[in-house]
Write a protein that binds this ligand. Structure first.
Ligand code: SAH
Ligand code: SF4
Ligand code: F3S
Length: 433
């Protein structure tokens, strides 16, 4: 039996990591990966439900898969991941060509469903688990520099805009032993950078081990050149965590620190559990402990009830912090969430206009932050050949900036000090020190 699968992945890094788990399961069933969906025996899409736009994208892909199925009626179509939960009814009534609908806690059962697949009946499994962490299942990774390692799943924070607690269920952490075993395996497979993943990565708690101790343990695994983690919640960023980051060379000096809004009134309505002052105090603490720390963020504009004054507060915080980079989003009402029920939604025009102002401001900050690096030497991990020149490498600084420089006699996966000479747009150029 030589079966093949085609898999597309949408959404965050957790989904990318989940897809690697799914691939592992498929490989052990004898399935081989293919890039040609027309020839595949099974087509899977690992979906994201975070904003309406993400869902629309998947709907349009499903339209295409349906056309493929008309040509090849035997193909199995599977909708996996975060949309499974909230779209199962829609899929069952409107998309009869979908054979399997499987939520993020059900992947272990995928092989069984593939065997059981009965053309006349859909398989729907969107059960969420309080325990599933796929502890014993190591992902099937493509060759590369960075290995994603999931350390916890789910989220209990219930920010009022966010669908994740409903699509991924309750927060649960994986055992430290299995995390360290997976990290060691990744290193012996040739990976040099580890990114620890969780929807709320710093809420990690396994028996008495918290996130700081876990980070410390991962930093001691031989051969790990760089450690990153995402996404932490501002509420759980502690002094101890920053001390560990400051004291270990292989923990990158960068942090993703999602602001969402700068207005206390909106933060409260979002159930974010911190205030503007608290957030700014955290940033000060980070910079005291790690002076050149790179800080990136997520910001939502047009949350229900956001006034121009609230929006100005967000711009004020941005001006004060000067984030290195920001992911910016227009609020999108999501099923099951509290905020979608609020009566005072903001018009699309206002959201768009605020988003553009925000992007403009962030662009200035990003460029300023990049120019600050000119004249400094930065440790850069060499990742690949530069797209523009075969005599140059491209690699990232530990604050996550891409730099290109002449290869000289260095090789991929080596960390070298690079003198930053100039910037162009958002990229940096330099030469080996
Ligand atoms: N667990 C992560 C966030 C995951 S979602 C955290 O707490 O940071 C990634 C980002 O998508 C969020 O930080 C938020 O900025 C954005 N987002 C989530 N729900 C959204 C919605 N309904 N509309 C617009 N943006 C949203
Ligand atoms: Fe969503 Fe908030 Fe949980 Fe992040 S912390 S996943 S934004 S509910
Ligand atoms: Fe999307 Fe699910 Fe991630 S909703 S952002 S893929 S956790």
């Amino acid at each position: 039996m030589n079966k093949s699968y085609y898999l597309e992945t949408y959404g965050c890094q957790m989904n990318v990591a989940d897809s690697e788990l799914i691939e592992k399961l498929l490989h052990s069933e004898g399935y081989k990966q293919t890039d040609q969906m027309e020839k595949a025996d099974a087509i899977f899409v690992n979906t994201c439900a975070i904003r309406d736009h993400a869902e629309q994208k998947v709907h349009s892909r499903l339209g295409l898969f349906n056309r493929v199925k008309r040509e090849n009626p035997g193909v199995i179509i599977g909708v996996l991941g975060c949309m499974a939960q909230n779209l199962k009814d829609d899929i069952l009534t409107n998309k009869p060509y979908v054979d399997i609908i499987l939520g993020p806690d059900g992947y272990r059962r995928l092989p069984e469903y593939l065997k059981r697949n009965n053309k006349k009946k859909h398989i729907v499994d969107t059960k969420l688990s309080r325990y599933e962490v796929y502890d014993d299942l190591f992902p099937s990774r493509k060759e590369g520099i960075n290995a994603w390692v999931s350390i916890m799943r789910g989220c209990d924070k219930f920010c009022t805009f966010c669908i994740v607690p409903f699509t991924r269920g309750r927060e649960r952490s994986r055992s430290i032993d299995s995390i360290i075993a997976e990290v060691s395996q990744a290193v012996s497979d040739g990976f040099v950078e580890i990114t620890l993943l969780g929807q709320n990565v710093n809420s990690y708690q396994f028996n008495s081990i918290g996130f700081t101790q876990l980070l410390e343990a991962v930093s001691e695994v031989k051969g790990v050149q760089r450690i990153r983690y995402t996404s932490p919640h501002p509420q759980d960023v502690t002094e101890e965590l920053l001390d560990i980051m400051a004291s270990r060379n292989n923990i990158c000096n960068s942090i993703h620190f999602p602001l969402q809004s700068g207005s206390d009134r909106i933060l409260k309505r979002m159930n974010r559990t911190y205030t503007q002052n608290h957030f700014l105090a955290q940033v000060t603490m980070m910079r005291d402990k790690i002076p050149h720390i790179g800080i990136s963020t997520d910001i939502i504009v047009g949350f229900p009830g956001e006034t121009e004054t609230d929006f100005q507060e967000t711009l004020n915080v941005m001006n004060e912090v000067q984030f290195n980079s920001a992911f910016t989003f227009k609020y999108s009402g999501r099923p099951f969430t509290k905020a979608v029920e609020y009566p005072d939604h903001i018009s699309e025009n206002v959201k768009q206009e605020r988003l553009e102002r925000l992007i403009q401001l962030q662009k200035q900050h990003t460029l300023n932050k990049n120019s600050d690096l000119i004249g400094t030497a930065q440790p850069v991990l060499i990742e690949k050949e530069s797209k523009k020149s075969s005599s140059h490498w491209a690699g990232r600084t530990d604050t996550n900036k891409w730099v290109t420089f002449k290869k000289e006699s260095t090789k991929i996966k080596q960390t070298v000090d690079v003198d930053i000479l100039k910037t162009s747009g958002i990229s940096l150029h330099g030469e080996i020190s």
